[in-house]
Design a protein. Structure first.
Length: 386
């Protein structure tokens, strides 16, 4: 690598013999060789100013440069930042590359690098990558996976609430949690069976089969993974859509139902009995015992509040279940009775307008709007239907 003194002398010599363009090109090449991203960026901007006939030393603000030179320089500025950031990515240094891409509002190259990221030996690099992916929101799903893989289920559960409201992201992360906890439970149960001297069931044996006929697994308030983790993961399991993951979630609820009363945590309505209620809901999502699930959660609906001020969560949970089952007519009935007075922007599920639109039942929307004294929504429904 060229030392500083030689670099200055070479610049002066090149400038003298070959002119400023050649001297600047040599400077850019030297900064690339040096591997100093900040110095390389400065050299590239110096080249841009020279190429555009601007002063080599920018004294005033960029806004003082007259058009079209200013726009051309801004383009070269973005190009230079992208070039430096890309060089850092090519060296595998996405942490250093991110500030450059952030400066020009380009996440895509960093997202691709995060997908390809393979942690090194120490967790320090993982922590820096998690900061970018998760805390700074560049790629929350990948950041969550790194937290789960390298900092454990507990940290992942704590981080879950920090996810953006995007349902696709939250769904994917909930599925990752269910699969990981199910894997831990299977390993723990098999280890306990082996410790007791019993023959190990075949690989792939489900949780219900592993605990079947083995009441001793739960004797003396025994448990086989952190029960607070179990409760937290079961609560987010209904977000999942992947069928295999939903099956694993049902198995988690089956295990939870066998725990002693000491470990049977109370849930929030309508999941008062945490494991039993979630098990019914999840089986409904899987298309098993759909009518049982609908009846079960229908019985948990509070009396209709004419002012719409009551607890709407049980109704929203039932609407979500019905929508996931594809039973839109029934979802419309529940929504019209229990949620029609709630502003749709405050709901966590599709409101009556969306449901009627999906089902092609604008007549139901008009009927509800008339009953509620909402002439605007009534007019919209009638006009759309016609």
């Amino acid at each position: 690598m060229t030392d500083a003194g030689t670099l200055f002398d070479t610049f002066d010599s090149t400038l003298s013999h070959s002119g400023p363009e050649a001297a600047i090109d040599h400077l850019v090449a030297a900064m690339e060789e040096k591997g100093d991203p900040r110095a390389l960026l400065d050299a590239l901007l110096l080249k841009a100013r020279h190429d555009l006939g601007l002063p080599s030393v920018q004294v005033g603000p960029l806004s003082e440069i007259e058009e079209p030179a200013r726009t051309k320089f801004e383009d070269r500025y973005v190009e230079a930042i992208r070039y430096v950031g890309t060089r850092l990515l090519n060296k595998g240094d996405l942490v250093s590359a991110w500030p450059y891409f952030r400066a020009i509002g380009e996440k895509e190259p960093i997202i691709a690098a995060l997908d390809a990221f393979s942690p090194g030996d120490g967790q320090e690099s993982v922590g820096h990558v998690v900061e970018i992916a998760f805390n700074q929101g560049v790629h929350p799903r990948r950041g969550f996976e790194l937290i789960l893989d390298h900092f454990g289920v507990c940290s992942a559960i704590s981080s879950f609430e920090g996810l953006p409201p995007d349902e696709t992201i939250r769904r994917g992360c909930s599925e990752s949690l269910v699969r990981r906890l199910h894997e831990h439970l299977i390993m723990s149960l098999r280890a306990e069976v082996e410790r007791r001297g019993e023959a190990l069931p075949p690989e792939g044996t489900s949780v219900p089969r592993l605990i079947e006929g083995r009441d001793w697994l739960f004797a003396d308030d025994a448990y086989h993974l952190d029960v607070s983790h179990l409760g937290a993961v079961v609560r987010v399991a209904p977000m999942a859509e992947d069928r295999e993951t939903l099956e694993k979630a049902v198995e988690l609820t089956e295990y939870g139902r066998h725990l002693s009363d000491r470990h049977q945590y109370d849930g929030e309505p309508p999941f008062d009995r945490l494991y039993e209620d979630h098990g019914i809901y999840l089986r409904g999502l899987l298309g098993r015992d759909e009518d049982t699930a609908i009846s079960h959660f229908g019985q948990k609906l509070p009396p209709i509040d004419p002012d719409g001020d009551g607890d709407t969560l049980p109704a929203q949970i039932l609407v979500r279940l019905l929508v996931r089952m594809g039973r839109l007519e029934e979802a419309i009935d529940v929504s019209a009775e229990h949620l029609a007075r709630v502003p749709e922007g405050m709901l966590m599920v599709p409101g009556l307008t969306q449901l009627c639109g999906r089902a092609g039942r604008l007549d139901r929307l008009a009927m509800s709007a008339r009953a509620l004294g909402d002439p605007v929504k009534y007019a919209a429904a009638i006009l759309s239907a016609s």
